[in-house]
Design a protein around this ligand. Structure first.
Ligand code: PEP
Length: 223
Protein backbone atom coordinates (compact mmCIF):
# COMPACT_ATOMS: atom_id res chain seq x y z
CA UNK A 1 0.00 0.00 0.00
CA UNK A 2 1.19 3.48 -0.89
CA UNK A 3 -0.89 6.08 0.95
CA UNK A 4 -0.71 9.85 0.53
CA UNK A 5 -1.50 12.00 3.57
CA UNK A 6 -2.38 15.46 2.29
CA UNK A 7 -2.58 16.88 5.82
CA UNK A 8 -4.19 20.37 5.76
CA UNK A 9 -3.31 21.01 2.10
CA UNK A 10 -5.48 20.91 -1.01
CA UNK A 11 -3.30 18.38 -2.82
CA UNK A 12 -3.38 17.56 -6.51
CA UNK A 13 -6.58 17.82 -8.53
CA UNK A 14 -8.38 14.51 -7.85
CA UNK A 15 -9.44 13.60 -11.40
CA UNK A 16 -6.00 14.46 -12.81
CA UNK A 17 -4.43 12.26 -10.12
CA UNK A 18 -6.88 9.45 -10.82
CA UNK A 19 -5.97 9.59 -14.51
CA UNK A 20 -2.23 9.66 -13.85
CA UNK A 21 -2.39 6.71 -11.45
CA UNK A 22 -3.97 4.36 -13.99
CA UNK A 23 -4.06 0.90 -12.42
CA UNK A 24 -1.49 1.67 -9.72
CA UNK A 25 -2.71 0.75 -6.23
CA UNK A 26 -2.96 3.84 -4.02
CA UNK A 27 -4.73 5.47 -1.11
CA UNK A 28 -5.24 9.20 -0.70
CA UNK A 29 -6.12 10.87 2.61
CA UNK A 30 -7.23 14.44 1.83
CA UNK A 31 -8.72 16.94 4.29
CA UNK A 32 -12.35 16.21 5.18
CA UNK A 33 -13.67 18.84 2.74
CA UNK A 34 -12.10 17.05 -0.24
CA UNK A 35 -13.17 13.51 0.62
CA UNK A 36 -16.22 13.61 -1.63
CA UNK A 37 -14.25 14.97 -4.61
CA UNK A 38 -11.65 12.23 -4.22
CA UNK A 39 -14.29 9.49 -3.95
CA UNK A 40 -16.14 10.84 -6.97
CA UNK A 41 -12.89 10.92 -8.96
CA UNK A 42 -12.54 7.18 -8.28
CA UNK A 43 -9.59 7.43 -5.89
CA UNK A 44 -9.29 5.00 -2.97
CA UNK A 45 -9.97 7.50 -0.23
CA UNK A 46 -9.20 7.44 3.49
CA UNK A 47 -9.91 10.10 6.10
CA UNK A 48 -7.11 11.54 8.24
CA UNK A 49 -8.96 10.66 11.44
CA UNK A 50 -12.17 9.08 12.72
CA UNK A 51 -14.03 9.18 16.05
CA UNK A 52 -14.90 6.10 18.11
CA UNK A 53 -18.60 6.87 18.51
CA UNK A 54 -21.06 6.65 15.58
CA UNK A 55 -22.53 10.02 16.61
CA UNK A 56 -22.67 12.33 19.61
CA UNK A 57 -21.71 15.66 21.10
CA UNK A 58 -18.09 15.64 19.88
CA UNK A 59 -17.50 18.99 18.19
CA UNK A 60 -15.03 18.83 15.34
CA UNK A 61 -15.12 15.06 15.01
CA UNK A 62 -16.40 12.76 12.24
CA UNK A 63 -17.55 9.16 12.68
CA UNK A 64 -17.01 5.99 10.67
CA UNK A 65 -20.63 5.76 9.41
CA UNK A 66 -20.43 9.40 8.29
CA UNK A 67 -17.29 8.65 6.31
CA UNK A 68 -18.93 5.58 4.82
CA UNK A 69 -21.88 7.72 3.69
CA UNK A 70 -19.38 9.49 1.42
CA UNK A 71 -17.83 6.29 0.07
CA UNK A 72 -14.65 6.65 2.13
CA UNK A 73 -13.10 3.22 2.73
CA UNK A 74 -10.65 3.83 5.56
CA UNK A 75 -8.97 6.20 7.96
CA UNK A 76 -5.56 7.09 9.34
CA UNK A 77 -5.46 7.18 13.14
CA UNK A 78 -2.78 8.26 15.60
CA UNK A 79 -0.70 10.37 13.24
CA UNK A 80 2.11 11.97 15.25
CA UNK A 81 0.72 15.43 14.45
CA UNK A 82 -2.56 14.38 16.10
CA UNK A 83 -0.65 13.04 19.11
CA UNK A 84 1.69 16.05 19.32
CA UNK A 85 -0.63 19.01 18.61
CA UNK A 86 -4.05 17.68 19.62
CA UNK A 87 -3.23 15.60 22.67
CA UNK A 88 -4.33 12.26 21.28
CA UNK A 89 -3.46 9.40 23.60
CA UNK A 90 -2.60 5.75 22.98
CA UNK A 91 -6.00 4.74 24.33
CA UNK A 92 -7.86 7.26 22.18
CA UNK A 93 -5.95 6.13 19.09
CA UNK A 94 -6.76 2.49 19.86
CA UNK A 95 -10.45 3.33 20.34
CA UNK A 96 -10.54 5.17 17.02
CA UNK A 97 -8.89 2.22 15.27
CA UNK A 98 -11.22 -0.29 16.90
CA UNK A 99 -14.40 1.60 16.02
CA UNK A 100 -13.29 2.10 12.43
CA UNK A 101 -12.46 -1.59 12.00
CA UNK A 102 -15.76 -2.63 13.58
CA UNK A 103 -17.58 -0.38 11.12
CA UNK A 104 -15.77 -2.02 8.20
CA UNK A 105 -13.22 0.69 7.39
CA UNK A 106 -9.56 0.05 6.67
CA UNK A 107 -7.22 1.55 9.25
CA UNK A 108 -3.67 2.88 9.04
CA UNK A 109 -2.57 3.28 12.67
CA UNK A 110 0.58 5.37 13.08
CA UNK A 111 3.32 4.79 15.63
CA UNK A 112 6.82 6.16 16.01
CA UNK A 113 9.42 7.59 18.36
CA UNK A 114 10.77 11.13 18.70
CA UNK A 115 14.45 11.89 18.21
CA UNK A 116 14.94 12.28 21.97
CA UNK A 117 13.37 8.86 22.58
CA UNK A 118 15.63 7.27 19.96
CA UNK A 119 18.71 9.01 21.36
CA UNK A 120 17.95 7.83 24.87
CA UNK A 121 17.52 4.23 23.71
CA UNK A 122 13.76 4.16 24.26
CA UNK A 123 12.60 3.41 20.70
CA UNK A 124 11.49 -0.16 21.40
CA UNK A 125 9.73 0.77 24.63
CA UNK A 126 7.80 3.56 22.88
CA UNK A 127 6.87 1.34 19.95
CA UNK A 128 5.84 -1.48 22.28
CA UNK A 129 3.47 0.75 24.25
CA UNK A 130 1.94 2.29 21.13
CA UNK A 131 1.56 -0.96 19.17
CA UNK A 132 0.34 -3.02 22.12
CA UNK A 133 -2.36 -0.51 23.00
CA UNK A 134 -3.69 -0.86 19.44
CA UNK A 135 -3.26 -4.64 19.47
CA UNK A 136 -4.91 -5.06 22.89
CA UNK A 137 -8.11 -3.43 21.68
CA UNK A 138 -8.17 -4.45 18.01
CA UNK A 139 -6.31 -7.77 17.94
CA UNK A 140 -5.12 -8.79 14.50
CA UNK A 141 -7.48 -7.73 11.76
CA UNK A 142 -7.33 -8.05 7.97
CA UNK A 143 -8.07 -4.34 7.56
CA UNK A 144 -5.49 -3.10 10.06
CA UNK A 145 -2.18 -1.69 8.82
CA UNK A 146 0.47 -0.08 11.04
CA UNK A 147 2.54 2.87 9.80
CA UNK A 148 5.97 3.24 11.36
CA UNK A 149 6.67 6.96 11.24
CA UNK A 150 9.69 8.09 13.23
CA UNK A 151 8.62 11.58 14.30
CA UNK A 152 12.08 12.98 13.53
CA UNK A 153 11.73 11.92 9.88
CA UNK A 154 8.31 13.47 9.21
CA UNK A 155 8.48 16.56 7.02
CA UNK A 156 12.15 17.05 7.87
CA UNK A 157 13.85 15.53 4.83
CA UNK A 158 15.65 13.16 7.25
CA UNK A 159 14.70 9.68 6.12
CA UNK A 160 15.38 6.61 8.22
CA UNK A 161 17.99 4.43 6.61
CA UNK A 162 16.51 1.31 4.99
CA UNK A 163 18.28 -0.77 7.68
CA UNK A 164 16.84 1.29 10.53
CA UNK A 165 13.35 1.09 9.00
CA UNK A 166 13.70 -2.67 8.52
CA UNK A 167 14.77 -3.13 12.14
CA UNK A 168 11.80 -1.15 13.48
CA UNK A 169 9.33 -2.88 11.16
CA UNK A 170 10.55 -6.33 12.20
CA UNK A 171 10.19 -5.31 15.85
CA UNK A 172 6.63 -4.04 15.27
CA UNK A 173 5.70 -7.29 13.51
CA UNK A 174 7.05 -9.25 16.50
CA UNK A 175 4.37 -7.42 18.56
CA UNK A 176 1.43 -7.51 16.17
CA UNK A 177 0.81 -9.44 12.95
CA UNK A 178 0.01 -6.64 10.52
CA UNK A 179 1.51 -5.11 7.40
CA UNK A 180 3.76 -2.15 8.26
CA UNK A 181 4.14 0.95 6.10
CA UNK A 182 7.13 3.27 6.45
CA UNK A 183 6.53 7.01 6.70
CA UNK A 184 9.00 9.87 6.98
CA UNK A 185 10.26 11.94 4.04
CA UNK A 186 9.61 9.24 1.43
CA UNK A 187 10.41 10.68 -2.00
CA UNK A 188 10.64 9.22 -5.51
CA UNK A 189 14.43 8.90 -5.14
CA UNK A 190 14.44 6.94 -1.88
CA UNK A 191 11.19 4.97 -2.19
CA UNK A 192 12.62 2.00 -4.03
CA UNK A 193 15.34 1.13 -1.53
CA UNK A 194 13.03 1.59 1.45
CA UNK A 195 10.32 -0.54 -0.17
CA UNK A 196 12.89 -3.22 -1.02
CA UNK A 197 13.31 -4.06 2.68
CA UNK A 198 11.59 -7.36 3.49
CA UNK A 199 9.38 -5.98 6.27
CA UNK A 200 8.53 -2.66 4.61
CA UNK A 201 5.09 -3.35 3.15
CA UNK A 202 4.40 0.08 1.72
CA UNK A 203 4.69 3.76 2.50
CA UNK A 204 2.73 6.59 4.07
CA UNK A 205 3.76 9.70 2.18
CA UNK A 206 3.17 13.27 3.32
CA UNK A 207 4.88 16.11 1.44
CA UNK A 208 5.65 14.15 -1.72
CA UNK A 209 1.99 13.10 -2.07
CA UNK A 210 1.05 16.73 -2.73
CA UNK A 211 2.88 16.65 -6.03
CA UNK A 212 1.08 14.54 -8.63
CA UNK A 213 4.20 13.30 -10.42
CA UNK A 214 6.06 12.47 -7.19
CA UNK A 215 3.14 10.52 -5.76
CA UNK A 216 2.64 8.57 -8.99
CA UNK A 217 6.37 7.79 -9.08
CA UNK A 218 6.26 6.45 -5.51
CA UNK A 219 3.16 4.37 -6.29
CA UNK A 220 5.03 2.97 -9.27
CA UNK A 221 8.03 2.12 -7.07
CA UNK A 222 5.59 0.32 -4.75
CA UNK A 223 4.10 -1.76 -7.49
C1 PEP B 1 3.30 11.98 7.08
O1 PEP B 1 2.72 13.05 7.23
O2 PEP B 1 2.72 10.93 7.41
C2 PEP B 1 4.63 11.97 6.49
C3 PEP B 1 5.29 10.86 6.46
O3 PEP B 1 5.10 13.17 6.02
P1 PEP B 1 6.43 13.41 5.10
O4 PEP B 1 6.39 12.36 4.00
O5 PEP B 1 6.27 14.79 4.56
O6 PEP B 1 7.61 13.24 5.98
Amino acid sequence: MIAGNWKMFRGPEPSALRGALGDLPHVVAPPFTLLRDCVEAGLTTYAQNVHWEPEGAYTGEVSAPMLQDLGVTGAIVGHSERRQYFGETDLGVARRAHAALQAGLGVIACVGETWEQRESGDTETVLRVQVESIGDLCGTHDNLVIAYEPVWAIGTGKTATPELAQEAHAFIKSLLAAPVLYGGSVKPDNAEELLAQPDVDGALVGGASLDLDSFVAICRAGS
